[in-house]
Design a protein around this ligand. Structure first.
Ligand code: EZ4
Ligand code: CO
Length: 414
């Protein structure tokens, strides 16, 4: 019997921080898993190194479900982003190994392809509506067939989701995690927020975008957990004429009942879940049909094994996938998502922010983006190789997501 010979936690920072688990079997097969939790990377690395890796040595790499249950139930302490990212890394690495051993791309072990490719959405943004239009045009030229739009809000400074550098030819991505060092200490930057100003501004932005780009382009928007339930209900209703693909994270993630209030007032499709980490976080939302899209990432939700169960559960209620795909999910996590996207019947859409060139030199991927569709590629396993020598040259550097304060200085959801 083949057994797990070693498991290694690799920290690298090719432009941003990533935590990767590499498992090697006695047959010499290696698998990779992503365990990156943006801004809390070292906690997952320690959880893996100190408490998970010692349990893996000697186990049969083929028994993925058993290993998942062993780590989940065996910890006694359930759920939480650190635990579930650590379990996800083990799970994805074992699926990578199983698919490599079979000589098949992972999606073949998940039931095969249900579609030609996964519809991806990109992130257009602008501090002004004119800059946003340029960014949308840029995304259309890149081939995107669905676009998330975020804009600056009059009276506020830096706002979530708006790229800093808007010059033509520059990448239009934003990167929220900052390396902000004050007197030798890494600290989160602070941004200011005003929900009323935001609610006054956003419907006009969508009206202008629909007027300029027509009724067909699928448009998405991320509220990033900032509204109270009644505010979110009003925005969802105000945006109805512009037929959004979805309104994401309108209210803070832990309050499942808040989504009921939005539903009572609007038919705008609702997406939530990027900060969730198990299917249990969705229990009310799915069984009571309070949402339309599940936003979890494989990386943050216990890996392929648990994400598959969550999506099958959602599928019974006509709810579709919309997996989180920011650049803080590594190319390994992204590849894992793409294999599931291709395989599950109830796929909806996949978020896609291309990683930086430096990141893609360290993580060599085989996935492709063509005519708006992502495909995981046909290499055996996940299809991602890690250049460990190059990875070692990019040292971990602390970076945090920003903190939000309302205009009177009160801490607010970011
Ligand atoms: O702010 O991944 O929809 N995407 C998002 C992301 C999150 C980051 C946090 O690490 O909301 O941009
Ligand atoms: Co989001």
């Amino acid at each position: 019997m083949s057994h797990i010979e070693s498991a290694e936690v690799l920290l690298t920072s090719p432009g941003r921080n990533f935590v990767t688990l590499k498992i090697t079997t006695s047959d010499g097969v290696t698998g990779l898993g992503d365990a990156t939790v943006n801004g809390r990377e070292l906690a997952v690395a320690a959880y893996l190194t100190d408490h998970v890796v010692p349990l893996l040595i000697g186990r049969d790499p083929a028994n993925i479900e058993d290993t998942w249950q062993y780590l989940y139930r065996g910890a006694y302490w359930r759920r939480g982003p650190v635990t579930m990212a650590a379990i996800a890394a083990v799970d994805v690495a074992l699926w990578d190994i199983k698919a490599k051993a079979a000589g098949l791309p992972l999606y073949q072990l998940l039931g095969g392809a249900s579609r030609k490719g996964a519809l991806a959405y990109g992130h257009a943004s602008g501090t002004t509506v004119e800059a946003l239009f340029d960014s949308i045009r840029n995304h259309l030229e890149l081939g995107f067939r669905a676009i998330r739009i975020q804009t600056g809000v009059p009276g506020l400074g830096q706002v979530y989701g708006v790229a800093g550098d808007q010059r033509p030819g520059q990448r239009y991505d934003y990167e929220p995690a900052r390396r902000n060092v004050v007197a030798g200490r890494a600290l989160p930057v602070e941004e200011e927020w005003d929900t009323s100003a935001y609610l006054r501004h956003i419907p006009g932005v969508f009206e202008a975008v629909r007027h300029e780009f027509g009724p067909e382009l699928p448009l998405l928007h991320d509220g990033h957990h900032r509204m109270r339930p009644i505010e979110a209900a009003r925005l969802a209703r105000d945006l109805e004429p512009y037929r959004l693909f979805w309104l994401e994270d309108a209210t803070p993630g832990e309050d499942q009942d808040a989504l009921r209030l939005i539903r009572q007032h609007s038919t705008t499709p609702i997406a939530i879940g990027e900060v969730f980490n198990t299917a249990f976080d969705y229990q009310t939302l799915i069984t009571e049909r309070l949402i339309d899209y599940v936003r979890s990432a494989v990386t943050h939700t216990g890996g392929i094994t648990h994400m598959r169960k969550l999506l099958d559960f959602a599928g019974l209620y006509g709810i579709r996938s919309g997996m989180h795909g920011p650049t803080d999910v590594s190319p390994v996590g992204m590849a894992a998502a793409l294999h599931l996207d291709l395989a599950v019947h109830n796929f909806g859409i996949q978020e896609y922010m291309k990683h930086s060139d430096t990141t893609l030199e360290v993580f060599r991927t085989s996935y492709t983006f063509t005519d708006g569709l992502l495909h995981p590629g046909v290499n055996p396993g996940l299809g991602v190789d890690l250049d460990e020598d190059l990875a070692a040259r990019f040292e971990y550097t602390p970076a945090y997501l920003p903190i939000n304060r309302t205009l009177d200085g009160t801490v607010h959801d970011w």
